[in-house]
Design a protein around this ligand. Structure first.
Ligand code: SF4
Length: 339
């Protein structure tokens, strides 16, 4: 039995103050990951600070500069089904609805989605070493059963993947994460929010101690005409991606003016390759060019045995999803939301 205190924060400043007075505390919103982590003894907060009632973070709104702000406390389901998101950022709606189950999406918050931890089986098993859980202890996944693990951006210390679907779309859309903390407010470009493991796999992201995500801003360009999110997994519902791809294209006829391709299930963070996106500029949107882009993205990919298949699967997924983005309204059944 773990005793803990429960406190309800009234606003963002109150949440930051409560955490600063109790460094062993943790924020809770939907609780869809932290409760799991707690059950597995991967966290043991002295108090839970409930941030569900921070009204300033509980809305989706259009900003004067054309951007759209997603409050961190807004639930994933409410975000996916919001009319503004559905019309202007359908890639985001589709990615969210490909994730988890309807029940979890109803509880999980936008801020919490960014902060969920890897589902590496060894990370959750206290009887084996794990550099993410216990730095310096080792990584049994490298020579073990690594079917779900990373093929890009890995390190000697860790080959875990980041499991979110929503964040793969946010990476493709080039969102910005808005943060408050003891030293004030700051913004982090989405590409810099999550980390590669390097020699500090215990750190998932670039949040500083005591900071809280308040909202996520989406740029004005939502790529609503040509987009696709493809999630490949072991079963059609309630499973994490083996490989996922978010593709967003700006087309002039069949010529690509700009392209964004973000991959999930393959790295410790949403994976983008700017060189591949630049390669596609002013090229025809066809399988041959998406295949060449895939070659660039996967040039340094490395399997660890059981996950070798992810390299070929990623290549096929990039090509298929590029073609699906040409006609988002008639996509293949495998790309449809699971709920
Ligand atoms: Fe731990 Fe990372 Fe290795 Fe998994 S891959 S066992 S999380 S160090």
């Amino acid at each position: 039995m773990n005793n803990f205190e429960y406190k309800q924060a009234t606003d963002t400043k109150d949440a930051i103050d409560l955490l600063s007075h109790s460094p062993e505390a943790a924020f809770v919103a939907g609780g869809t990951n932290i409760i799991d982590l707690w059950k597995y003894n991967l966290t043991n907060p002295s108090s839970l600070i409930d941030i569900n009632h921070l009204h300033e973070n509980a809305e989706i709104s259009m900003l004067e500069n054309g951007k759209t702000r997603l409050g961190a406390a807004v639930k994933n389901a409410d975000t996916a089904y919001h009319p503004l998101i559905g019309q202007k950022y359908p890639l985001l709606s589709k990615a969210i609805l490909a994730g988890a189950s309807a029940q979890i999406r109803n509880m999980a918050s936008n801020g919490g989605n960014l902060l969920q931890r890897t589902r590496c089986y060894y990370f959750y098993d206290p009887d084996v070493p794990c550099n993410k859980r216990n730095p310096g202890s080792g990584c049994p996944a490298k020579a073990g059963y690594n079917r779900i693990h990373a093929i890009l951006g890995t390190s000697e210390a860790c080959i875990a993947v980041f499991p979110s679907d929503m964040c793969i779309a946010l990476a493709a859309l080039e969102a910005t994460v808005n943060i408050s903390g003891p030293n004030g407010e700051r913004n982090i470009p989405f590409s810099q929010f999550h980390r590669l493991p390097g020699d500090r796999p215990d750190l998932d992201n670039t949040l500083e101690p005591g900071e809280i995500i308040t909202s996520i801003d989406l740029p004005e360009e939502g790529f609503a005409d040509n987009y696709s999110y493809l999630k490949l997994r072991d079963r059609h519902s309630y499973a994490f991606a083996l490989v996922s791809v978010a593709t967003a294209l700006k087309l002039n006829g069949n010529i690509i003016e700009s392209a964004r391709i973000a991959l999930g299930g393959v790295a410790h963070k949403p994976w983008r390759n700017v060189e591949a996106e630049e390669f596609l500029k002013n090229k025809e949107a066809n399988a041959e060019n998406f295949s060449a882009a895939a070659d660039i993205i996967l040039r340094d990919a490395k399997g660890f045995g059981y996950n070798d298949f992810k390299i070929a699967l990623s290549r096929k997924a990039i090509i298929r999803n590029g073609l699906m983005a040409l006609n988002p309204t008639s996509q293949l059944p495998g790309a449809q939301p699971s709920a």
